[in-house]
Structure formats: C-alpha cells, structure tokens
Design a protein around this ligand. Structure first.
Ligand SMILES: O=C(O)c1ccccc1N[C@@H]1O[C@H](COP(=O)(O)O)[C@@H](O)[C@H]1O
Length: 216
C-alpha cells in the first residue's frame, strides 16, 4: 500500500535533454528532475557515454531519470550508475521493471479501455505512474494531450502528468488533475532535443502560478 504524502507543490520534470547548456539551464531554472532518453529510436536519444557526460553536471537533489523503452537488462545496467530513477515507457511487465533493482516509475499510455486503478495495482512497486497520451505505434514524446478527466481522483500511486504539456495548458492541467508532478519534453523545445531556456523558465513560472491559484 502506497502512502500518498499531502501535496505541497507540483514537481517538475524536464525530459529529453541532450546538451550541456540545457542541463545547466534546467537546473538553474529549478527543475526537480531531468530526463535522458536512452531509447535509440527517439530524436532525443543519447547513448551511455553522453549520459555520463551530462549526468555528472546534475547536482545533488535534482533527480536524473533514464527513459527506456523495452530495454535489455544490459543497457539498464550500463546506464544505472549515472541515474537516480528509471522510467519505463514501453510494454515492460511489473516483474521486468522490478528486476532492474533500482527505483522506477512506469509510463502508461492512455489508450482506450485502460483500467488505471488495475494498472496502479499491477505496478504496485512503482514510485509513481507517468500518464502519457496514446498514439498507435509511437511509444511517447508525441506532443499529444489526452482527456485528463479520465484520471480517477483516488489512484493509489502518485501521478506524473505528461503528454503535450505547454506553457499554455499546464495551468489547466494542474487545476484539472492535481498531479504530483508534471513532465514536459516537446513543450519546452526549439527543436527535438534542443531545449529553449526561456521556455523552460516560463514553464516553471506557469507551474508555480498554478500552484498558487490552487492553494488559495
Ligand atoms: O521524447 C521522446 O522521444 C520519447 C520517446 C519514447 C518514449 C517517450 C518519450 N518521451 C516522453 O513522452 C512524454 C510526453 O512528451 P511530450 O511532452 O508530449 O513531448 C514525456 O514523458 C517524455 O519524456
């Protein structure tokens, strides 16, 4: 049974970083977590050598998240020394996620008919569930949103809301869902894998403003 801590502020993860200057800007802006895509099929993919180079720039208390899509155990093992948390974004079973032996979160794509409470139960050892839009044949990073009203209020896992979040909709997303965290990739980019420092800072401001409004 997961005990959900009371919400104080919405945590923020920026995903798909590939450049030193973007890591530095994200940390300076105040991101809680930085995501590195280790799935070679992505336009934002980096390999383990780049992961080591970028990961070492991330200070303590900022979480380094490795994004995998149905990875081999060997890839996860090679990347793990440079990561604090694993994000499984494919069709990994709960057993495969747990077998990595590291803290992990599970991404669930909101395809029609997905039973979220049952999935939360099945992935009971996950530290959180990341909810992303579903587009057939694409594991994620689509920039698509989904119908946030499909998320039940009483999930037994912290929710990380993802999928097409931007400066313009993150306020409404937080008001509608009240997630533990938000995760954004395309919405803070100038081009795939190239983050925009001004958009990152503005996204953070928008989340803080949304939190203020919620606390009133
Ligand atoms: O970013 C990718 O290329 C990617 C590839 C495969 C799986 C997930 C991927 N990204 C993650 O998708 C969500 C939503 O991204 P967006 O904000 O809609 O662009 C997020 O968790 C990304 O990290």
């Amino acid at each position: 049974m997961t005990v959900l801590a009371p919400q104080c502020r919405t945590r923020i993860k920026f995903c798909g970083l590939t450049r030193e200057e973007d890591v530095d800007a994200a940390v300076a802006a105040g991101a809680d977590a930085l995501g590195f895509v280790l799935w070679p099929g992505s336009k934002r993919a980096i390999d383990e050598r780049r992961l080591a180079e970028l990961g070492v720039r991330v200070p303590a208390f900022v979480t380094r998240v490795g994004l995998f899509v149905d990875p081999s155990p060997a890839l996860v093992a090679r990347c793990s020394p440079h990561l604090d948390l694993l994000q499984f974004h494919g069709d990994e079973t709960p057993e495969a996620c747990e077998a990595a032996g590291r803290p992990w979160i599970k991404a669930l794509r909101m395809r029609e008919g997905l039973d979220l409470p049952a999935a939360a139960e099945a992935y009971g050892d996950a530290r959180a569930l990341l909810l992303d839009a579903y587009r057939p044949g694409v594991p994620g990073g689509t920039g698509d949103t989904f119908d946030w009203s499909r998320i039940p209020a009483s999930l037994t896992k912290p929710v990380i809301l993802a999928g097409g979040l931007t400066l313009d909709n993150v306020d409404a997303a937080i008001a509608a869902v009240g997630p533990f965290a938000v995760d954004v990739s395309g919405g803070i980019e100038a081009a795939p894998g190239i983050k925009d420092a001004a958009r990152m800072a503005a996204f953070l401001d928008a989340v803080r403003r949304a939190d203020e409004r919620r606390s009133r």
